[in-house]
Design a protein around this ligand. Structure first.
Ligand SMILES: Cc1ncc(COP(=O)(O)O)c(C=O)c1O
Length: 480
């Protein structure tokens, strides 16, 4: 039995309607390039990507619903999810713009950009076209002793976003590895400079930097990482305060390699925000003590908070910058650690023992780099207006919640809005589940961080969807 009709070539609305009527089947067009120059192919590739997504959605809507829940439960181990007692996961069968299409026919707003990765929107036509084109030349190639134009371009574009003259970009695959690279580089710099006793790092309370061992050590969340405490390395943790940092760096003089911070917004720790002035004061303390400064921009990078990097609001210049999630538009995994000239200088030797011995199989994946180059060029040529627009919208719409008896705090920066409730917090707070369920009922997918309900939608989210997200969040505040 056919389940759908695919029309090859330019869409003819009349034919489409007639076939749909006569066959009773869903109809979707598949486009071909009208001209065979580069732009024709690109345009057609992006049209095809959209058309194919439409077909997938249509097909799955017409197929008998297969319940994958049992197979998922039997075979799959999901992140941050207990093996018993967890709610069955939502089955996504397609994603487009700010929406996730679910197997049960629902279309919900991806209001957290799929764990903060998707930057413009799902299946962004421009980036999908770039991917399609790049995949005709490349799959994957190693990156040791080998290079390729997409990676070189990304490195060049990333360095252009800094105030450095010089610097280098080291690629990896995700936020945790970008952080590991920064931590390892920071410590090795001190060894090369003849200060191997600088074995201590300083992180901030409520900071989160990933789930690998170095990242866990500087993040140190007792719930997430308590099981591994005996294996973690020594770290001092301080509140986000220049004075407290000053105390620690004074007490630990000569022992600290680097301070690591999520500039302006501590994401996973509950979307906790500090001002550019506080950030600048913290930076100045690290400078006073001659300690390296690592900006973990994995969540905040690529204009999520307004400027390209959140730290730019404070007018500072870190020694190491970590970026990941949105770097390739969120479409493929790619991460980078940007090293300032001072870091590079310490490694600038032919002495093999001073090599940075680190690398991952998929370092600088060519397809991800092609996407990242296109993404960074777009951000440079057309700085996104969404952060300022969303910020204004969040401030206006959530003004009524300031002073609300159930609300402890409302925090907004750029595309990010967070509402902290006056109920017990913690990642396992029951409130979180209730709020998530309430939002989902209204067609909005959110994952509250304990008693903190937040949204961080893709730049392309239309105003109507923003209003739906805000309405769902306000309702969740009432029912939670
Ligand atoms: C600030 C920050 N750093 C690092 C990470 C780890 O990134 P990944 O999950 O890609 O390893 C995250 C993830 O949420 C993050 O928010």
């Amino acid at each position: 039995m056919p389940t759908a009709v695919v029309l090859m070539g330019e869409a003819d609305e009349h034919a489409r309607a007639r076939i749909a009527k006569e066959s009773g089947l869903p109809v979707a067009p598949l486009h071909f390039p009208s001209t065979f120059d580069a732009s024709g192919i690109r345009e057609s590739a992006s049209k095809q990507a959209s058309a194919l997504n439409e077909i997938v959605v249509l097909l799955s809507a017409t197929r008998p619903v297969v319940d994958h829940r049992e197979a998922d439960r039997q075979f799959v181990w999901h992140p941050y999810t207990p093996l018993r007692g967890a709610e069955p996961p939502l089955e996504v069968i397609g994603a487009r713009e700010e929406f996730l299409h679910l197997a049960d026919g629902r279309k919900v707003i991806d209001a957290i950009s799929s764990w903060w990765t998707i930057l413009h929107g799902h299946l962004d036509p421009h980036l999908m076209g770039v991917l399609e084109q790049a995949s005709r030349s490349f799959d994957h190639v190693l990156f040791a002793g080998v290079t390729h134009a997409p990676a070189i371009r990304v490195a060049e574009l990333l360095l252009q976003t800094t105030l450095w003259s010089g610097g280098r970009v080291f690629f990896s695959e995700n936020g945790s590895t970008a952080v590991e690279v920064a931590l390892k580089m920071a410590y090795q710099v001190w060894r090369h400079r003849g200060e191997p006793n600088r074995t201590l790092f300083v992180g901030f309370e409520d900071g989160y930097h990933g789930d690998t061992f170095g990242a866990m050590s500087v993040g140190r969340d007792p719930l997430f990482f308590g099981n591994f405490e005996p294996l973690l390395f020594k770290v001092e943790r301080v509140p986000v305060s220049a004075e407290r940092l000053d105390e620690v760096l004074t007490r630990q003089a000569g022992k600290v390699a680097a301070v690591i911070i999520e500039p302006l917004v501590q994401g996973a720790g509950g979307m906790r925000m500090h001002s550019p002035w506080e950030l600048r004061a913290i930076y100045e303390v690290t400078r006073k003590h001659g300690v390296l400064f690592i900006a973990d921009e994995v969540m905040t990078g690529c204009h999520r908070t307004g400027p390209m990097w959140a730290f730019q609001a404070a007018g500072i210049s870190p020694d190491l910058i970590c970026t990941a999630k949105t770097l390739a538009g969120g479409i493929l995994p790619l991460a980078a650690t940007l090293a300032s000239p001072a870091i590079v200088e310490a490694f600038d030797t032919a002495d093999r023992e001073k090599t940075f011995f680190h690398g991952h199989s998929f370092t600088a994946h060519p397809l991800a780099c092609s996407l990242a180059a296109a993404n960074l060029e777009r951000l440079r040529n057309e700085p996104p207006t969404a952060p300022a627009r969303f910020q204004q919208f969040w401030n206006e719409t959530f003004a009524e919640l300031r002073g609300h008896p159930r609300v402890r705090d409302v925090r907004v920066r750029g595309t990010i809005a967070a509402i902290e409730l006056e109920v017990p917090g913690g990642y396992l707070a029951k409130t979180a589940q209730a709020m998530r369920a309430c939002c989902l009922e209204q067609g909005v997918f959110l994952r509250p961080l304990g008693n903190v309900l937040y949204a961080l939608p893709p730049f392309g989210t239309r105003e109507e969807s923003l209003r739906r997200i805000a309405a769902a969040m306000k309702k969740a505040v009432e029912v939670a």
